[in-house]
Design a protein around this ligand. Structure first.
Ligand code: OAD
Length: 233
């Protein structure tokens, strides 16, 4: 590998699992408790908005009671200390990377603590509930929805993400099952463009064979160990 300067990190639900936030596809995960098509599509929102708003209100409340874990803190340290380019692309809608202190973060599936007004298109920080149809702070209309990307919608920041992948010397995937595209395809984009690739996950992901190297274990162990290694080679 050439000189390591530019790093792109993809994170998924596994990085927040040890903070007590349910993953989607593990045993007892969110998609065992709820059907995707009932709570996470634009059609579901049209059909039964109360069900969808209640689902996200409960999760928004839960997220605010959780704290970043050692994996979030290690990535925040890497963000602070790494002098080259670094981008944390997260599929997570929680704010635990930011609460740990990371700033170079893009939320490709949206942010749970934002509400998006479908009338005026403005996004507002939102920590309360939406089920009671509050007024948009910007235009006053009761047209707020969770600012999360549902199945069938376009993920956010794709141009910036592909730009970063093009420049990456190293792509690291942390705590994601590799089941949902386009994120699951980033490893192939990165390696086709010459980056080294590393998986850090509890178990082999669906795409584990695409990575040059894979280390398996809990994020709170494997992530701090990798960060230490990369900052003190
Ligand atoms: P998944 O639930 O699909 O996968 C979580 C991954 O984390 C699995 O591979 C687990 O083995 C791993 N994992 C669990 N606990 C871990 C731990 N303590 N340490 C390390 N790894 C652990 O979640 P995602 O891959 O993030 O999208 O799911 C991707 C997208 O699917 C989500 O963003 C969401 C979902 O449907 C939307 O809602 C649009």
């Amino acid at each position: 590998m050439s000189v390591l300067r530019n790093i792109v990190i993809l994170t998924g639900a596994g990085v927040s699992a040890e903070s007590g936030i349910d993953t989607f596809r593990d045993g007892g995960g969110l998609w065992e408790q709820h059907r995707v098509e009932d709570v996470a599509t634009p059609e579901a929102f049209e059909r039964d908005p109360d069900l969808v708003l209640r689902f996200y209100d409960m999760r928004r409340e839960a997220i605010q009671t959780k704290a970043p874990n050692a994996a979030h803190h290690a990535l925040a340290r890497l963000d602070r200390e790494w002098e080259g380019d670094l981008l944390i692309v997260t599929q997570n809608i929680d704010d635990l990377h930011e609460r740990a202190g990371a700033s170079r973060v893009l939320h490709m599936h949206g942010e749970h603590l934002n509400a998006w007004c479908t009338a005026c298109d403005v996004r507002s920080r939102w920590t309360g509930t939406l089920i009671d149809r509050p007024a948009c702070p910007e235009c006053g209309k009761a047209a707020l929805r969770p600012d999360v990307v549902w199945f069938g919608e376009m993920p956010y920041h794709m141009d910036a993400i592909y730009d970063a992948l093009r420049e990456a010397d190293l792509f690291v995937s942390i705590g994601t099952s590799g089941a949902v595209y386009p994120a699951a395809g980033f490893v192939r984009n990165a390696r086709d463009l010459g980056a080294a690739t590393l998986e850090l996950n509890l178990e082999p992901s669906q795409g584990t064979g695409w990575f040059d190297e894979a280390r398996h274990g809990p994020a709170t162990e494997v992530v701090p160990a990798w960060v230490e290694e990369i900052l003190r080679p």
